[in-house]
Design a protein around this ligand. Structure first.
Ligand SMILES: O=C(O)c1ccccc1NCC(=O)[C@H](O)[C@H](O)COP(=O)(O)O
Length: 200
């Protein structure tokens, strides 16, 4: 049994959340960026209230003004911020708050990414088009994996997640499209299969 950290992203319903909790997810994500998966702050709060304290709740943003991110974080009560934009270290510093985890999401490029370079607590290496379900070449011999607490994402699904984790040595994994029956609609069966496959 692996202790891989598993985050399921883009949840929109109470059933999605309950399935993740029961199946043993370590983190659940709510998308505040423009997407087929967007939820408003009140919905995220209602969903986050179903999540026990040992599971991290994450708000996902892309290129949004600082004031908007602060407001959505406060109104929703989620505990971690995941940023997919090109924000600089001052932006991360401005979002730092007691008990809050900062996650920097970045597309994997040829240049090795370093955890903590912008002040983040967790690094997420993703495809260039986040949430699209499109994979990137994490199996390439040229890929230099970061060290420490970093998550692999982009086109993962129950059939490839274990190999992806083994090949890259990722500390954790993140998925959205690969546990959906159609875009924006989570599948209970696929969530369960993904978490089981990731841990075995
Ligand atoms: O989910 C979205 O639509 C989205 C939109 C804008 C920024 C980020 C978004 N999602 C982030 C994630 O769901 C994950 O961190 C990751 O990209 C998973 O992607 P995938 O499993 O390939 O769908």
């Amino acid at each position: 049994m692996s202790d891989l950290f598993v985050k399921i992203c883009g949840l929109r319903t109470a059933q999605d959340v309950d399935t993740c909790v029961e199946a043993g997810a370590d983190a659940v994500g709510f998308v505040f960026a423009t997407s087929a998966r967007t939820v408003d702050a009140a919905t995220a709060r209602r969903l986050a209230e179903r999540v026990p304290a040992h599971i991290l709740t994450v708000g996902v943003f892309r290129g949004q003004p600082l004031d908007e991110v602060r407001r959505l974080m406060e109104e929703s009560g989620v505990r971690a911020v995941q940023l997919h934009g090109d924000e600089g270290p001052e932006y991360y510093e401005a979002l730092r708050a007691p008990g809050r985890t900062l996650i920097r999401a970045t597309a994997a490029t040829g240049i090795p990414a370093r955890l903590g370079a912008l002040g983040e607590d967790l690094l997420l290496l993703d495809a260039p088009d986040p949430g699209s379900g499109k994979p990137w070449n994490w199996a390439s011999p040229g890929f230099a994996a970061p060290t420490g607490r970093w998550l692999l994402a982009g086109g993962l699904h129950p059939g490839n997640v274990r190999r992806a984790a083994d090949v890259t040595g990722a500390w954790g994994v993140d998925v959205s499209s690969g546990v959906e029956s159609e875009r924006g609609v989570k599948s209970t069966e696929l969530i369960r299969s993904f978490i089981t496959a990731a841990r075995n």
